[in-house]
Design a protein around this ligand. Structure first.
Ligand SMILES: [Zn+2]
Length: 250
């Protein structure tokens, strides 16, 4: 039986280990999250290829006796060098990687999760400061869908009406859905999160688009804060904790 396995993989994170080796965490299309050791010093070509945001074809040698994995080769197909050129892109990409690492790589839905993450990183590769933040909010909104946790914004969770798109919605964290203005009356504040018409329309509009189309879906400052607050609240509820990397994305 062959001990070398191949994957379609994206590097999420690397960390030095020992004198000259490195541990690498990948998201793979075939098996979700995978951790393996990269042998070789700082000048090794393999080591420079196994860097965060790179994706391509990965060869892993598995040692069944030691129960360890090592990277035997990595053929990079997408380098995304632009991500390292702008602080906002780096922050958004790090926050995306941390979210994936904390949610088992998409909870088993890897064939859908993998291309979706690659598309977010492709969009970040050339995005401006403001767009980088929108790409991150869209990523979290999409990731909630991949995890099966994205709430329905089209219907009130209490009376099942279809709220007017120009009105304010209230997300009720206890009910796990949005309330129309009538059902929310008298309960504003407390467990309810406000979603103004701008944020509500944007989240509905971008639910089915690919990240490269986000340029055409702008967000004003208030709507952006509300949309980000909703998606980060939902994700921290899902993962049992929030992350400081999310706060670094403006
Ligand atoms: Zn209602």
């Amino acid at each position: 039986m062959s001990r070398t396995e191949t994957y379609t993989a994206l590097v999420l994170k690397t960390q030095n280990s020992g004198e000259s080796n490195r541990e690498a965490w990948f998201l793979t299309e075939e098996a979700g999250l995978l951790r393996a050791t990269v042998f070789g010093g700082p000048k090794s070509k393999l080591r420079s290829h196994v860097s965060p945001h790179n994706s391509g074809k990965l060869w892993i040698y598995r040692d069944p006796v030691r129960n360890s994995r090592k990277v035997s080769d990595f053929d990079v197909q997408s380098w995304r060098p632009g991500i390292r050129e702008l602080w906002e892109r780096i922050m958004a990409a790090s926050a995306i990687a941390e979210t994936i690492l904390s949610s088992q790589g998409g909870g088993g839905n890897w064939a859908e999760a993998f291309p979706s993450v690659c598309q977010s990183l492709d969009a970040l590769d050339g995005s401006g400061e403001e767009l980088s933040g929108r790409i991150f909010i869209h990523f979290l909104w999409n990731w909630l869908d991949i995890l099966g946790l994205r709430p329905d914004l089209e219907h009130c969770v209490s009376c099942a009406c279809e709220p007017d798109g120009d009105g304010v919605l209230w997300y009720d964290s206890i009910e796990g859905g949005v309330l129309c203005a009538d059902c929310a009356r008298g309960r504003e504040g407390g467990s309810l999160l406000r979603l103004g018409p701008g944020a509500g329309k944007w989240l509905r509009a971008v639910a089915g688009i690919v990240p490269s189309e986000l340029k055409r879906y702008s967000l004003d400052t208030v709507s952006r804060t509300e949309a980000k607050h909703l998606v980060t609240s939902l994700m921290s509820h899902a993962l049992g904790r929030g992350f400081s990397s999310w706060e670094n994305v403006s």
